[in-house]
Design a protein around this ligand. Structure first.
Ligand code: ADP
Length: 625
């Protein structure tokens, strides 16, 4: 659920982060631009002061020269005489002064503006004879003032600055002396790739500039009347004096403004260029020096600051995301540990429940097993009693003879006592005692047989087992004239078992064989013994009818019997089978190829005992008890 909320808020968070990012960028670019502009302005102002000073110094060197020359006598003479020698002397004087001070030209005009003498008198482009009365500097000086003027030379077509001064004769202006300075290479030393320089005249026409294409263009368009005036003065000869393409102007403060110029005319290569423009007048000249600083450093600084701010924002964002991710991992890990703990607790509860269940089931099973064992013991006992019942007839027969004998001996003893023949009576009584002893011996195995045993397998003598079984069965075997063949040297054979239980099994098998052979012409039970791989096999082969093939396994089922009611319970073999299982052995049934049934007992040999190889013997049903 928390994850869902997180997912829902993520776009909002991103939007907020984006807005913050933009705000930071805008702020950064604004402040960095302001700062960069201020720095640029500071630098440009310093340059502007330097350039303005250099212009002023260049002009100041010459500004007082016309005034000085105006007082010279040779200039007076040249204006007042028609003597060519004197005029020539004035020419040479002006030439000498001109060469000494390094001006462009120095010339002297009369009151009507015609040049009387000039430093360039010897050149083909000599001013001598030319009239410059249309020039404002002449008119200013003619009016008795100092004249100052910037213009293109009419003959040299070079940019020049003119200083003029009236030549007075008493209170009358008789002529004008002019010193012209060549300014055509003034911008040569101004070299800054990021700054352009310009000098404008009183009308705003650029006369000096590091950008050649700007020269003789107005920064802002002139009014038609002003344009006509300038053209008429032939100040800039035939230059068109068109204005630069000023697209935008934004005043920053008193000295500075931002301007945008469309450069490159109307061609495809035209670009808009932004400048920081600063200007300063050159005193007493009517000129203004302009510094046009390109905004490249400003945009570089803005870009740099924006990139830095962007990186900082990105780093901050990454840090926030990292912290968020860490926090989420920690939270998820905590949830996972809680889930794990929950699962472990649930598992422990289930294990505890299951253990309790198992303990209950185990106790129940133990109960059932105990019950089962007691039932099994009862069944075995029942089966024994059933066998005993069958044996009862035989025992009856066995006991009848001694009983008859005892009766006879007792009668005889009584008769002898009546006759006073005590010694004879004693002999008879001794016979009776002997007979009772014999009867006790007859009954003893049956008593033993009916006893219960522990059923735990222990090393057991097979001979003892056979003897025990024979002590019970010999009467019946003898009665029915059955031949029984036992293997020899049985006393050497030991198995893991229980004497009483094995006796019970053997009695069962012999008893079944007896019953099966009731109608057989030949009544013989062959007992064979084999030993292999730590096992002893004792097989009983009778000469009865054998067992139907389909019933070979069924004979071990409880209550399976083919005998008439009252003659069999159908428990003998099933109990015998169970007894063998419990002792760790096996009981199997088969039919012999020569006829008759074969029941085989398999029992493990105790580790310490080795038995002899297969032996067989056939002996009479009579057996010593
Ligand atoms: P019961 O003797 O009371 O019938 P058993 O479990 O001892 O019960 O024997 C089951 C059946 O196995 C007998 O009814 C008989 O049909 C068959 N059987 C047992 N031993 C032999 C044998 N030696 N020969 C033929 N059939 C036998």
């Amino acid at each position: 659920m928390q994850a869902d909320r997180g997912r829902r808020y993520r776009p909002l968070t991103l939007l907020l982060a984006g807005v913050m990012f933009l705000l930071v960028l805008i702020q950064t670019s604004y402040f960095s631009r302001q700062q960069a502009l201020a720095e640029l302005q500071q630098r440009a102002e310093a340059d502007l002061a330097r350039y303005a000073l250099s212009v002023q110094q260049k002009l100041d060197r010459y500004k007082d020269l016309p005034r000085l020359l105006a007082t010279h006598s040779s200039l007076h003479e040249a204006l007042t005489t028609r003597d060519p020698d004197r005029i020539q002397r004035t020419n040479e004087y002006l030439q000498q002064v001109n060469e000494t001070i390094g001006a462009a030209d120095i010339y002297l005009m009369n009151a009507s503006g015609t040049t009387r003498a000039a430093s360039n008198w010897y050149k083909s482009s000599s001013f001598v004879g030319l009239n410059f009365s249309f020039r404002p500097y002449f008119q200013q000086a003619r009016a008795g003032r100092a004249g100052r003027y910037f213009a293109l030379g009419t003959t040299s077509r070079q940019r020049g600055y003119y200083f003029s001064w009236p030549v007075m004769d008493e209170a009358q202006v008789i002529g004008v002396v002019v010193v012209k300075i060549d300014l055509h290479d003034i911008e040569q030393d101004w070299n800054d790739p990021l700054q352009d320089l310009a000098v404008t005249d009183e009308d705003g026409i650029i006369v000096i500039s590091t950008r050649p294409e700007w020269k003789f263009h107005a920064l802002e368009a002139l009014a038609p009347a002003d344009l006509k005036r300038v053209v008429d003065s032939m100040r800039y000869l035939d230059r068109p004096l068109s204005s630069l393409q000023l697209m935008r102007s934004e005043i920053l403060n008193e000295q500075a403004r931002l301007i945008t110029l469309q450069e490159g005319g109307v061609s495809e290569r035209s670009v808009r260029q932004q400048y920081l423009q600063l200007q300063r007048p050159v005193p007493e000249t009517g000129l203004r020096v302009l510094v046009m600083a390109r905004l490249q450093p400003v945009s570089d600084a803005v870009l740099q600051a924006s990139i830095l701010a962007g990186c900082a924002c990105l780093a901050a964002l990454l840090l926030v995301l990292f912290i968020q991710a860490r926090w989420r991992i920690v939270r998820e890990r905590r949830e996972y540990v809680q889930q794990l703990q929950g699962a472990r607790d649930a598992l422990e509860t289930r294990v505890a429940e299951r253990t309790a269940d198992l303990s209950r089931t185990n106790a129940r099973l133990l109960d059932e097993m105990a019950q089962h064992r007691s039932t099994q013991n009862e069944l075995i006992q029942t089966a024994k009693l059933a066998v005993l019942g069958q044996l009862a007839a035989g025992i009856n027969h066995e006991l009848n003879q001694p009983l008859t004998a005892i009766r006879n001996y007792a009668d005889n003893a009584a008769a002898f006592l009546r006759l006073g023949k005590a010694p004879r009576a004693e002999v008879n009584l001794q016979e009776i005692a002997g007979l009772t002893e014999r009867m006790a011996k007859i009954i003893h195995p049956l008593k033993e047989f009916s006893r219960q045993s522990s059923g735990q397998p222990v090393p057991t003598s097979l001979k003892e087992v056979c003897d025990g079984a024979m002590s019970i069965m010999y009467g019946r075997l003898d009665q029915q004239g059955v031949q029984l063949e036992w293997p020899e040297q049985l006393e050497q054979v030991f198995v893991l078992g229980d004497t009483l239980r094995l006796e019970q099994v053997l009695v069962n098998l012999l008893s079944n064989a007896l019953q099966a052979m009731e109608n057989s012409p030949r009544k013989c039970i062959e007992v064979s013994l084999t030993q292999s791989d730590g096992w002893v096999q004792l097989s009983l082969h009778d000469t009865g009818p054998g067992i139907a093939t389909d019933d070979l396994q069924r004979v071990f089922e409880p209550f399976y019997t083919t005998k008439e009611q009252g003659h069999g319970l159908g428990l003998g073999l099933s109990i015998s089978h169970r007894i063998m299982d419990n002792l760790g052995g096996r009981l199997t049934a088969a039919n012999h190829s020569e006829g008759g049934a074969v029941f085989t007992l398999s029992l493990p040999v105790p580790r310490s005992v080795q038995g002899p190889p297969e032996q067989r013997v056939c002996q009479s049903g009579a057996h010593d008890v």
